[in-house]
Ligand binder design. Sequence first.
Ligand SMILES: Cc1cc2nc3c(=O)[nH]c(=O)nc-3n(C[C@H](O)[C@H](O)[C@H](O)COP(=O)(O)OP(=O)(O)OC[C@H]3O[C@@H](n4cnc5c(N)ncnc54)[C@H](O)[C@@H]3O)c2cc1C
Length: 395
Amino acid sequence: MSIMATTQPTPISRREADVIIVGGGFMGAASAFFLRQRGLSVILLERDMIGQYASGVNFGNVRRQGRYLCQLDLANRSRALWSQLPELIDDDLEFLPSGHMRVCYQPEQIAELEAYAAAPEARELALQVLSGKALRERFPYLGPEVVGGSYAPHDGHANPRLAAPAFARAARRAGADILEGVDVSQVEKTGSGFRVQTEGQGEFRSAQLLITAGAWGDRLSTQFGEPVPLVPRGPQMSVTEPLPYRLKTVIGVYTKREEEVVYFRQIPRGNIIIGGCHRAIPDMVSRRVSFEPQAMKLQMQQMRRVIPQLGNINIIRSWSGIESYLPDSLPVMGPSSQVDGLYYAFGFCGAGFQLGPGVGDVMAELLSTGQTSTHIDSFHIRRFAAADQHKSVAV
Ligand SMILES: Cc1cc2nc3c(=O)[nH]c(=O)nc-3n(C[C@H](O)[C@H](O)[C@H](O)COP(=O)(O)OP(=O)(O)OC[C@H]3O[C@@H](n4cnc5c(N)ncnc54)[C@H](O)[C@@H]3O)c2cc1C
């Protein structure tokens, strides 16, 4: 559903702004909101509907633990903003700081969970690593194969369907132009600013340009001579019939085997949402990705390994969504290395939902001041240019 709750296209009132944002997922919508908070004029162009792709169909994990340590500064900034909802945007994303439990099957993995919990970057997460009697007392329903786990008391979950539209509505109330059904075909730097050409909707101009086009981000960065090795994939999701509300902690498995990576959460209405075990290959022309039946079988098997009592439950719906992945599993975020005034925030590798508010806030800080207090250097697009140069030298 459109953020306007109507099928009528939004009238175009302006063609020029301080910032044009291309892509209306969580990253684009949150950036629009925070840019307005800092007083910049904003036009956001979304090809389909706000939050229709990864941002609207994801699992809903507001999880920090398990991220690369270099991402925790950004994740912490985002977590602080999650705590300020719904007051910040006058809308409720159903955020529940329920706690997140990361369980493992191998005794040697307990030491890995402990090392992560002890890292200075992870201090704010207040992780508690549990095993043996302490684990069983705290989580008596875990199956016998589970030998340990790391509990993050402040992580949790929220409703992804609500997130990007709520931020976009808040941005619009604050004065941003949020346009749906506007497909950007060409982007270029002109003298002092940017020209953004659309399919059949004319052109727009801005002083600065922010690309938040998710799995399509590389198509636009390539137009500026900055290709990235982005691969789209479709994580698989299922949801069960409603059951008594007992599982108040989000649970995920820590393992290096993809088919064992299951995660699940129960919402207060009773349904258990399940993800993991498999990723499908999307069709980027039709912009569709399938849920593949083997995913459901694996998810049910793996979930029962974690909680054997979850035996006979019915799945009522399953789906997938198109997400962007990069070889080092880190996003592309920050200024372009080629073009002044150009910024990127895409490629969030299955982990962008928790980061959404933080990414919007950091991008707004960057675009309005030229710098940010949050560590994002590891996400700079130049890391792929360097890899290419290295490759050509090696050849
Ligand atoms: C099934 C699934 C489960 C996930 N689970 C989690 C989770 O539990 N926790 C977590 O933290 N993350 C999770 N993620 C990842 C998270 O959803 C994404 O990282 C995040 O939503 C990315 O947001 P985005 O705004 O970058 O991209 P998107 O939501 O994909 O938005 C990009 C937008 O850009 C638009 N666009 C692209 N090209 C153009 C163009 N040329 N012109 C105009 N508009 C354009 C698209 O239409 C799209 O709406 C999951 C992802 C999926 C798919």
